[in-house]
Design a protein around this ligand. Structure first.
Ligand code: ZN
Ligand code: ZN
Ligand code: FE
Length: 762
């Protein structure tokens, strides 16, 4: 009988693909085998010619929900003599590997979880072929139970039956388990297990306590989000006065009560990735201190069965439908994933720890997503998304390791045209995060079977990431930070030609050894020319200046007002005479002072001048509040929006955005009594105008009509919208980010893209 060998490439592991093939074969009467080959699924099929054609067609087009077939290789082979259709054990083979991210509990499993007659009634680890943990429990590829932490739990006969029979929903589901054979929940440091542990956790939350809960990719700290006292206590314990907490809500009904949901957002909230989505708040029951002075709140729905049970359990406890769910970590350190971590690191932040004995091998923080122009706009790409690769058209025979940036670190492993951007690792100032980075790099290299030819990192001489890169012993390429941002945006858009890159950011090390951060670069995938920037200013006070916008404000006012600066600073309440003099001396004598073009710091300074925020308690607070002020104004005003003109100063072919004069105008207007919200808007509009003007000038010179907007400042959606709109009005085609963050979480992708595009072997 005619026979085919079919190889299917793509996301075909851990998504129910083999059972799907097997069921399809059974329904059509096709005989043969299906096997996981690590990088692809291999099918041998024997049937009459017409049936084979139908079979292949279904495999390509009618795939399971989470599967993506990227390509199919179908070959006629000599006749076979199969008697059945079977799934055969995995063999390892090299090739492109697609590791599935973790998948949120599916609707069918959620229904069984609360079905009294189901064998898995209230089982905190219920999962199926379509859902459950993947990356976080994976030890090696291919994805099979014995290579996950579920190997610690031998299957009971009933689970084994489901696992091995293709008519069940759990056929070949690697983490399959039940109340008899699965992992168990318990309260750490007590003998309390199972349902008693869940009830105690629920009661504690309703008593206003704070608990730590082990999730899919790490621990969360959790309390009732409608309990002002509990939330305040969590803020005090975590020493986190203002930074918004994410909230897990029971269901969409709760979400609609608390927030405005835009078209398209529900799909992401309820989808299988379940990121935290930033939504506009309504007057609901959430207490204000969940996201103070912030019109939005980060919301997610439960994605693990244990989280569902926290909301709903037959124990008579009257439960809240909004839980604070913030990463269980010390600020800056990686999220805790074991009981030991939780006890030593976050034990003092909580009253009890609800844990379980399924080990987490790879951490995965919750992904955080904003929304721009009807589409997701990623802030933190992690659980549910990592480590799905970004695919580019550029081909190369190269394996690379890109170490990423120092803040919000992610790394990226390049394997030919596939760029595997990792889960979120964290801020490298903390040695625990550095160790987590090294460990994750090792693990991902093993999973993806990569031995890098080259390592890419930042240029900063004092970055811990650069040390990690140097320790690899690999040939090293150092890429300028703001160029890497633009490359990241180019890679995400699969673009490899010339572009005017607007890299507006916090700070990064410039190729002239000064601090950059408000850069206009003419670049392609081989290099860049710094063609323009924000006007350099003095950044006094080292690290403190990145949190204390008033320090930058003082210097900008000195630049703009000269001899009157001291009196202006005093009128604005930025500092007293003594502090002003000290700041001035430090700047003039270059004590603990650097020259900087940072757009992020410029926002902080304007925020301080307009009395919005003099300093930040978390990264980006001052500039975020300035954006909110501007958006408030925009909403309340009608007709043409005001702006000042931002001059572009040209010198020797270099374009400088005259931000000093802009700041002077804003300051003067503020002192004249103009409302700060209005001025906040004018600042955004004028800066966007300056960006457009500068790009136009460069476009005329360089003949480029393509612009790319990247860098952490483009998390600011008002600036993004105004700059993008302005550029498009002038005929530019504008690349922006979507599922890769504009902030430093995207740097590694840019670095890996550079390695791919500059491979000597080509
Ligand atoms: Zn399921
Ligand atoms: Zn079982
Ligand atoms: Fe950056």
């Amino acid at each position: 009988m005619p026979s085919l060998m079919i190889r299917l490439y793509g996301i075909v592991q851990g998504v129910g693909f083999r059972p799907f093939v097997s069921r399809t074969a059974d329904s059509l009467g096709v005989l043969g085998t299906v096997a996981n080959k690590g990088s692809y699924v291999e099918v041998f099929a024997q049937a009459p010619q017409q049936t084979l054609e139908r079979f292949v067609n279904i495999l390509k087009t009618d795939t399971p929900q989470r599967a993506v077939v990227i390509s199919a290789d179908v070959r006629q082979i000599s006749d076979t003599d199969f008697k059945t259709f079977e799934i055969i054990q995995s063999e390892k083979e090299a090739g492109d590997i697609f590791v599935s991210p973790d998948i949120a509990t599916c609707d069918k499993c959620a229904a069984e979880l609360f079905d009294k007659n189901d064998r898995r009634y209230l089982h905190p680890f219920i999962n199926c072929t379509q859902c459950g943990p993947r990356l976080t429990i994976l030890d090696a590829m291919p994805y099979d139970r014995e290579r996950t932490t579920m190997k610690d739990f031998p299957m009971c006969p009933q689970c084994e039956y489901e696992y091995t029979h293709s008519h069940t929903r759990r056929y070949d589901a690697q983490p399959v388990c039940c109340n008899d054979c699965g992992p168990q929940v318990y309260i750490v440091g007590s003998g309390i297990r199972g349902s008693e542990a869940i009830t105690l956790a629920r009661k504690s939350i309703m008593d206003g306590k704070i608990i730590a809960v082990k999730g899919i990719g790490g621990f969360h700290l959790c309390c009732d989000a409608c309990d002002q006292e509990a939330v305040s206590r969590l803020r005090a314990l975590k020493n986190r006065p203002q930074k918004p907490f994410a909230v897990m809500m029971k269901n969409m009904q709760t979400v609609r009560r608390e927030c405005n949901v835009l078209d398209g957002q529900q799909e992401f909230l309820t989808g299988y990735q379940k990121p935290i989505l930033l939504l506009e708040k309504r007057d609901g029951r959430l207490c204000a201190s969940v996201s103070p002075d912030n019109p939005t709140v980060g919301v997610m729905l439960p994605y693990a069965p244990l989280q569902m049970l926290l909301f709903e359990y037959p124990d008579g406890v009257e439960m809240t439908d909004c839980l604070v769910m913030t990463s269980g970590n010390v600020s800056g350190a990686p999220i805790c994933r074991s009981d030991e971590d939780a006890l030593t690191e976050i034990g003092s932040y909580c009253d009890l720890i609800l844990s379980h004995n399924r080990r987490i091998l790879i951490r995965a923080d919750d992904s955080v997503m904003d929304w721009f122009d009807g589409k997701p706009y990623m802030i933190r790409r992690s659980r549910g998304f990592a480590p799905l690769p970004v695919m580019v058209s550029k081909k190369a025979d190269l394996q690379s390791l890109a170490i990423g940036g120092e803040l919000k670190n992610t790394f990226c492993i390049g394997k030919n045209e596939l760029l595997y951007l990792s889960s979120y690792v964290g801020d490298m100032a903390d040695i625990r995060t550095v160790n987590a980075l090294k460990e994750s790099v090792g693990r991902m290299q093993e999973l993806l079977e990569v031995q890098p030819d080259i390592c890419v990192c930042d240029m900063h001489p004092r970055y811990n990431t650069v040390t990690v890169a140097e320790e690899t012993g690999l040939p090293l390429v150092k890429i300028q930070h703001h160029y890497a941002h633009i490359l990241s945006c180019m890679a995400e858009n699969d673009y490899d030609d010339k572009v005017i890159g607007v890299s507006f950011d916090g700070t990064g090390y410039g190729s002239d050894a000064t601090i950059w951060g408000g850069e206009i670069l003419i670049c392609d995938t081989h290099g860049f020319e710094r063609a323009g920037s924000i006007k350099p200013f003095s950044q006094v006070g080292g690290d403190a200046s990145s949190k204390e916008g008033w320090r930058i404000a003082v210097q900008l006012i000195r630049d703009g007002f000269g001899d009157d600066a001291q009196s202006v600073c005093e009128q604005l309440g930025l500092c007293d005479e003594k502090t002003f003099k000290l700041q001035s001396v430090m700047a003039d004598k270059r004590v603990n002072t650097v020259m900087s073009t940072s757009a992020g710091r410029l926002f902080d300074a304007v925020s301080a001048i307009l009395g919005v925020r003099k300093k930040s308690t978390f990264e980006g607070e001052s500039s975020m509040c300035l954006e909110f002020a501007a958006e408030r104004f925009e909403k309340s005003s009608e007709g043409a929006q005001p702006q000042f003109s931002l001059e572009i100063l040209s010198e020797n072919g270099f374009e400088t955005l005259d931000t000093t004069t802009l700041v002077k105008q804003l300051t003067q207007s503020f002192l004249d009594g103009v409302q700060p919200d209005r001025l906040a808007y004018i600042f955004h509009a004028s800066l966007a105008d300056g960006i457009v003007k500068c790009c136009e000038k460069l476009s005329k010179k360089a003949g480029i009509k393509k612009a790319a907007l990247s860098g952490g400042v483009f998390q600011n959606k008002l600036l993004l919208r105004l700059a993008k709109g302005g550029l498009e009005a002038k005929g530019f085609n504008v690349l922006i980010h979507g599922l890769v963050p504009a902030n430093d979480g995207g740097i590694a992708l840019g670095q890996a893209y550079y390695a791919l595009c500059n491979n000597d072997k080509n």
